[in-house]
Design a protein around this ligand. Structure first.
Ligand SMILES: [Zn+2]
Ligand SMILES: [Zn+2]
Length: 334
């Protein structure tokens, strides 16, 4: 089995899934990066062609998705296979070089400005827009591969104005067709537009991490879905719940208090089930809202919950993440 077995139906099923998960979660789920060149054009949206092809293979009866390293994505493989099925595949090399997809962190900063100015942002020459453009370029350089100016004031202004199509106050203007990345725009709007305090806190926290040291890429090994607050703060959550010293302190404290380490959601006890091998093992989850994770804010032991690996994964597997109480309520006891 391979690309030549793909059907139109399977590809459409993958596109539907892409739409419902959002781009970043879809790419993460199937282990693909963003397409550099070829995109499927479908209902005015653009879809990473190789990732869609790989996922579509898993939609064929009895077949698994293809992994990124199992086939090459390019003109003679993915592009041809999709075109043979009647899809339009476009070359976005120039377009994506001009204007890479906006990440959620960037959209949050843009929406924060939009909300502050109640849908009437100052012009593209204003200090606010210029400042945001500078900030976004700085954040871009924190991530591998983006080293040039790519969010100019004009583009920033246009992106902010784009939010109007979700804004009921402007709905009379009619809905403009979604562009690439439009799903994330809609997601960020739905998540934050009605919660200006949380939005502003998230924007502040994101700003506090821009220009900070190491590249804040999300750990590729983990199955963590990006938090609604975007890449920088997702990474902060991971860093905080993996800090050795604080994990050990938390475990010591709970052991003193209760004599054993059990999952706060389902009650699982690793030592009880795995004997000696499970003694002292439990995962730690940082429960404070992600938008509070500004640089320099401290992690207290009360900010941490003990969870078994299953419950911890289920919290993070989709965006938005759940609370410990939500996952406990969801867990079905035998
Ligand atoms: Zn559990
Ligand atoms: Zn966690």
């Amino acid at each position: 089995m391979g690309l030549r077995d793909l059907t139109r139906q399977a590809v459409e099923a993958a596109i539907t899934e892409f739409d419902s998960l959002g781009r970043s979660t879809f790419l993460k789920r199937y282990g693909f990066g963003e397409a550099k060149t070829f995109y499927i054009k479908w209902n005015d949206n653009l879809y990473d062609s190789k990732a869609i092809a790989g996922a579509a293979h898993g939609k064929l009866p009895g077949q698994l998705p293809l992994r990124s390293d199992e086939f090459s994505g390019g003109e003679n493989t993915v592009k041809r296979a999709l075109e043979n099925l009647g899809f339009i595949v476009v070359d976005e090399r120039s377009a994506s070089a001009r204007n890479p997809t906006w990440a959620r962190d960037e959209l949050i900063l843009a929406l924060d400005l939009y909300v502050q100015f109640k849908g009437n942002p100052p012009g593209k020459g204003s200090s606010e827009i210029v400042e945001l453009s500078t900030l976004l370029n700085k954040m871009g350089s924190q991530f591998a591969g983006v080293t040039r100016e790519f969010r100019n004031a004009n583009g920033v202004y246009m992106k902010i104005m784009n939010f109007r199509r979700f804004d009921p106050a402007y709905s009379a203007q009619g809905k403009v067709g979604l562009q690439r990345g439009g799903k994330d725009e809609e997601f960020v709007w739905n998540q934050f537009a009605q919660h200006p305090v949380e939005l502003h806190a998230a924007a502040k926290a994101i700003r506090s991490h821009i220009g900070g040291g190491s590249a804040p890429s999300i750990d590729e090994e983990s199955d963590i879905a990006e938090a609604p607050e975007g890449r920088l703060l997702t990474r902060q959550h991971q860093i905080r719940e993996r800090s050795r010293a604080i994990i050990e302190a938390k475990k010591r404290k709970v052991l003193q208090l209760r004599g054993k380490l059990t999952c706060e959601a389902c009650g699982f006890d690793f030592e009880e089930h795995y004997g000696e091998r499970g003694r002292g093992f439990i995962e730690v989850h940082h429960v404070k809202p992600v938008h509070t994770l500004t640089t320099g804010s401290k992690t207290n032991l009360e900010d941490l919950s003990l969870l078994c690996s299953n419950c911890h994964r289920m919290i993070h597997v989709r965006s938005p993440w759940l609370t410990v109480a939500q996952i406990a309520g969801m867990y079905k006891r035998q």
